[in-house]
Design a protein around this ligand. Structure first.
Ligand SMILES: [Cu+2]
Length: 349
């Protein structure tokens, strides 16, 4: 993945390109400021960010910051269309805590295909707390971005979004990690932080070490947990992020080590462990201080949300998406309790 773009990023293009995913063959792809996927955008809490967005595709698109707390006019939802050849300047202030987010297009009805073609990138937010903690933070050395996406290619090795469509979306038979086929990751005998993004359309991943060894989860898509949680596997549905730390100094590196997908037993990412680290990080027992007060626990349910349906029949509380309608309003700074119900369909799924 490309070098980190620091705060001075001014322009983000959505563009078409060609990428050599298979040796000697060019695959038509989409990308941000390149032919496939995007750079990692790094923000600090408190930053005032100004980005010029340019649509160089020949279709409508938007630039959406998934998980960022940002005003609607800068968020690039389906209402924020940028037409082919057009550009738009967005400005926002980063107000939330350290987290791993991602960006992608979000035009109504075209989102998944544009992401599938390659429009996806990571956003890292850091804050004083995350910088003061002794977490692995050397980009590309012990702090690794990993975007997992399954694709289907036709016989000419071109992306085929419609090939394996089911009622959940499209699935693929070929895994790309950071846009790369069959990658492996070389690490030292130290604690390594993996920032996992499930960037697939409809596939879940349950990440697990092939040896069954445990690792620590330090963050969800919302930011750092209060304390690290030891676990042996973690499931991410599409769009979800998690940060995990694997301590390679504690693993038997004579074994072939790999991250596998417990859902189907497939190997996702083999590790090659070579060399000792000079200074290993020390994961703190306390990383954050989220709490819910007793008063908040006792609040009655403010809103009920019923999710139902598949594809273009998806509804929330029986209503389909309509950009002209606002269903919920709430006051900033006020705690609400939402009850979310995922209603099964006739098949009971
Ligand atoms: Cu999103």
């Amino acid at each position: 993945m490309k070098a980190i773009v620091k705060k001075k990023l001014h322009t983000l293009f959505e563009q078409k390109g060609e990428t050599e995913i298979f040796d000697g063959t060019k695959t038509k792809t989409y990308g941000y400021n390149g032919s496939f996927l995007g750079p990692v955008l790094r923000f600090n809490k408190g930053d005032k960010v100004k980005i010029k967005l340019i649509n160089e595709l020949d279709e409508d698109t938007t630039f959406h910051w998934h998980g960022l707390e940002v005003a609607g006019d800068a968020d690039g939802g389906p209402h924020g269309i940028i037409e082919p050849g057009e550009e738009k300047l967005v400005e926002f202030k980063v107000t939330q805590e350290a987290a791993t987010l991602w960006f992608h297009p979000h035009p109504d009805g075209k989102t998944s295909e544009q992401v599938y073609n390659g429009l996806a990138g990571l956003i890292y937010i850091e804050d004083d707390n995350s910088k003061s903690l002794d977490l692995p933070n050397k980009y590309g050395q012990n702090d690794i971005p990993l975007i997992f996406q399954d694709k289907t290619f036709d016989e000419k090795k071109q992306l085929n979004y419609n090939a394996a469509m089911n009622e959940d979306g499209t699935i693929g038979d070929t895994l790309l990690i950071n846009g790369t086929l069959n990658p492996k990751l070389t690490v030292k005998k130290e604690k390594v932080r993996l920032r996992l993004l499930n960037g697939s359309n409809a596939r879940n991943f349950t990440f697990k070490l092939n040896t069954g060894d445990s690792f620590e989860q330090i963050a969800t898509g919302g930011g750092l947990l209060n304390e690290p949680v030891t676990m042996k596997e973690i499931t991410l549905t599409p769009s979800e992020r998690a940060e995990i730390v694997i301590d390679f100094s504690k693993l038997n590196t004579e074994d072939e080590l790999a991250l596998i997908n417990e859902e189907d037993g497939s190997t996702l990412l083999p590790f090659e462990v070579s060399g000792q680290s000079r200074e290993d990080s020390d994961i703190p027992e306390e990383m954050n201080d989220f709490s819910i007060t007793d008063e908040e626990m006792d609040l009655p349910v403010t809103k009920k949300v019923e999710l139902f349906g598949m594809m273009d029949k998806v509804t929330i509380n029986g209503k389909k998406f309509d950009p002209e309608r606002i269903d919920f309003t709430q006051k900033q700074g006020e705690t609400e309790v939402w009850e979310i119900y995922n209603k099964p369909d006739e098949m009971g799924e």
